[in-house]
Write a protein that binds this ligand. Structure first.
Ligand SMILES: [Zn+2]
Ligand SMILES: [Zn+2]
Ligand SMILES: [Zn+2]
Length: 121
């Protein structure tokens, strides 16, 4: 590697960086008939609009669904609410014994615990 080549390359890199700084960022236009989740192309009538984005029917269900606070996945069937947060029943667990909190829970500081655990010292 000759020093002159190296210098030229450095100069080119600096110029590129400069161009990137001045270029107006342009995001590619969203595909007219694509699902925002699975990118599947669909006829306009088959798309479901959720919060300004288009989805195929299957993905629209997940897009509209509430998200589980514990695992961040859409809640598609049963939902548990605790502290104004939503959970899958299987994600709402006692922080001490890890059992599901199907029978209610109590707060211990920031921890949710099942009733038996919360009454233990
Ligand atoms: Zn989709
Ligand atoms: Zn979950
Ligand atoms: Zn417990």
């Amino acid at each position: 590697m000759r020093a002159a080549d190296d210098q030229r390359r450095q100069a080119a890199l600096a110029r590129d960086a400069e161009l990137k700084k001045t270029a107006v960022p342009t995001s590619p236009p969203p595909k007219a008939n694509g699902c925002a989740t699975c990118q599947k192309e669909l006829p306009a009538g088959a798309l479901v609009n959720v919060k300004g984005k288009n989805y195929c029917y299957g993905c629209s269900i997940a897009a509209q669904a509430d998200q589980c606070f514990a695992c961040n996945k859409p809640i598609l069937s049963a939902m548990m609410k605790a502290n104004n947060r939503k959970y899958h029943p299987e994600c709402l667990k006692c922080s001490r014994c890890k059992n599901q909190l199907t029978e209610g829970f109590r707060m211990r500081g920031k921890d949710m615990m099942c009733v038996p655990c919360s009454s233990k010292p």
